[in-house]
Design a protein. Sequence first.
Length: 151
Amino acid sequence: MSENRISMELATELVDQIKGLIDQMEEKLPFLISLTSDERNSFPKLSRENELFVEETIRAAQTHKDVLPSYIHTNEMAKDLELHQQLGRIMVRLNYLHEKVKDTMHIAGSEALATALVTNNMFQIAAKMGVEGMDSVSAKLSELFDSRSGQ
C-alpha cells in the first residue's frame, strides 16, 4: 500500500460554512459576468504587454483631452483597467486556493481508488477460495469497475 498522504473528514456544517463564504464572495461581486465560449473569443484579451499600452493611452488621453471627441470616455477606460487589475489580484489568490483544493481532491480520490482496487483484489481472491458470499460481492464490484472503465 502507498503512503496515506491525507486523512481528513470535513463536517457537513463546515462544508456548508465554506459554501456560504463563497456565496458571500459572489454577493460582494454582483457585477460579475458569465460569457459563452464564443463571446469570450470575440473580445480582445488584455495581456501584460497591451496593459502597458492601455495605461499609457490613459495618461496621454488625460493630458490631451482637447484632441478627443466627447464620446471617448477615458475615465471609464481607467475604471475598467483598475477593475481588471483588482480582479487580477483576487484571481491570483483564488487560483492558488483552487489548485490546492484540486490537488487535495486528487490525492483523496487517488488514495480511495488505490485502496478500493487492493480491497477488490482481496474480495476476488476470497471468491476464488470459496469464501461464502464473496462471489456476489466480487461480481458486483467487477461489474461496477468494468462499466466505469468502459470495458
